[in-house]
Write a protein that binds this ligand. Structure first.
Ligand code: FES
Length: 157
């Protein structure tokens, strides 16, 4: 199946190319545009991006796999990205992840059957001062407690 993008996303990509003298440098912003439209980076997008930035598809694959912010499969409407790096881990990230898993009835790395929730463990998000923390869609939230998670879930249910 060939890869499709909306006219709006195509326009954004044109604008991105105007800002970067080297096509390769546009790889990350282009991947962001694709993820914004699709919710993840479909496999068919890799040769599409490779052609745009004039790089081999394997390079695009490497970039996607290197950055945890890029998703390679569809994710839920609410994406809990819980930091599990040292500062957050020492302040209880493990308990937070377990609590989320129990409440949502899915394991870390999984999406609920109704496509509503995904839990992902990620590396330091640069917000160690609010450890333990997570990114919920576009928002950084912390310090997290079980009670705080319960409050958030109540609002989202
Ligand atoms: S260690 Fe969790 S945000 Fe830095």
């Amino acid at each position: 199946m060939s890869f499709q993008l909306s006219d709006e996303s195509k326009k954004q990509i044109e604008e991105i190319f105007k800002r970067y003298p080297h096509k390769r440098a546009a790889t990350l912003p282009i991947l962001h545009v694709i993820q914004k439209e699709h919710g993840y980076i479909p496999e068919e997008a890799e040769p599409f991006v490779a052609e745009l930035v004039e790089e081999p598809p394997v390079k695009i694959r490497e970039v996607i796999l290197f950055y945890t912010m890029f998703q390679t499969k569809p994710i839920g409407k609410y994406h809990f990205q819980v930091c599990h790096t040292v500062s957050c881990w020492l302040r209880g990230a493990k308990e937070i992840i377990e609590h989320l898993e129990n409440r949502l009835n899915i394991k870390s790395g999984e999406t609920s059957d109704d496509q509503k929730f995904t839990i992902t463990e990620v590396e330091c998000l640069g917000a160690c001062e609010i450890a333990p923390m997570m990114q919920l869609n576009d928002d950084y939230i912390g310090p997290l407690t079980r009670e705080k998670i319960d409050e958030i879930l109540e609002k989202l249910q």
